[in-house]
Design a protein around this ligand. Structure first.
Ligand SMILES: Cc1cc2nc3c(=O)[nH]c(=O)nc-3n(C[C@H](O)[C@H](O)[C@H](O)COP(=O)(O)OP(=O)(O)OC[C@H]3O[C@@H](n4cnc5c(N)ncnc54)[C@H](O)[C@@H]3O)c2cc1C
Ligand code: FES
Length: 241
């Protein structure tokens, strides 16, 4: 599916946890799990679109889960139903259909692409939050089991998601979250011999593979996160060879 630039109408933009918004946009869109769109709801400033993973896809709508970090996401957070934004996508390479059983592991807003993977592939979800968990019930619609950890102990086991997840018994693991969490998961999965595929973030300019602004070094040489990723086998990022 080639990327297209489209206008979409906001149907909802709700703050579901402090600084975390769920944005629903009306229209026909396409995407596979792990792909993202470049969003823009402003004229000239900031100059660049902002990349956001697809959270969920329906026949006539697409949604995104985002944390307000700076100017772009600040503008997105002030959009009201009926207002329009530009969407460029679908972009990037996501998760291929997995060998099952599948484990889905997410931390913070890393739950966005993991939720879409759950919607398409099912599996067992392991979700980690800093404070009060959100959207757990939405995972229950798609997953066989949902396990929750939070650093405060609210709504789940007190601690980190990597403390409640054990890879043994799974044939594939998909993950998205902070780099420290992903590296610890890689350690756990490689000890258990379970292939791990992670979605990573990098600052992006074009999102289309043209500017090389998002290049990272992998065991197979430099790769563009926007076009060769954002999903990579973890061993290409952090393996020994
Ligand atoms: C493929 C991809 C998918 C993403 N999916 C999501 C998602 O589903 N939900 C979500 O909340 N965020 C997601 N991000 C991160 C999101 O794009 C950034 O938070 C956003 O671009 C920040 O824009 P801003 O103008 O608000 O902040 P800026 O003013 O540009 O920056 C504010 C802060 O955010 C940091 N930042 C900026 N861009 C990124 C980035 N690409 N990755 C990490 N930190 C960044 C900056 O270092 C700075 O500290 C994704 C990023 C990528 C590359
Ligand atoms: S953002 Fe331009 S190549 Fe990736």
């Amino acid at each position: 599916m080639y990327p297209q630039l489209k206008r979409g109408e906001v149907v909802a933009n709700r703050e579901i946890a402090p600084g975390i918004f769920l944005l629903g946009v009306r229209g026909k869109f396409a995407a596979s799990p792990g792909q993202f769109y470049m969003l823009r709801a402003w004229e000239l400033d900031p100059p660049l679109f902002r990349p956001m993973s697809v959270f969920a896809l329906e026949e006539e709508a697409i949604s995104f889960l985002y944390e307000v970090r700076g100017r772009g996401t600040g503008i997105l957070s002030r959009l009201s139903p009926g207002e329009e934004l530009l969407l460029l996508g679908p972009l990037g390479r996501g998760w291929d259909p997995p060998a099952r059983p599948l484990a889905l592991v997410a931390g913070g807003t890393g739950i966005a692409p993991i939720h879409f993977a759950a919607q398409i592939y099912g599996g067992d979800a392991f979700l980690g939050f800093r404070g009060k968990p959100y959207l757990v019930e939405s995972f229950a619609d798609w997953c066989r089991a949902v396990y929750v950890a939070s650093e405060t102990g609210e709504g789940g086991t007190k601690g980190l998601v990597t403390e409640i997840f054990r890879p043994e018994g799974y044939r594939t693991c998909f993950a998205c979250g902070p780099e420290g969490m992903l590296r610890e998961l890689y350690r756990l999965c490689s000890e258990a011999g379970v292939p791990l595929f992670v979605s990573v973030e990098e600052r992006m300019a074009c999102g289309l593979g043209a500017c090389l602004g998002c290049a990272i070094l992998t065991s197979r040489g430099p790769r563009r996160v926007c076009a060769d990723g954002p999903v990579f086998p973890a061993e290409e990022l952090w393996g020994d060879g």
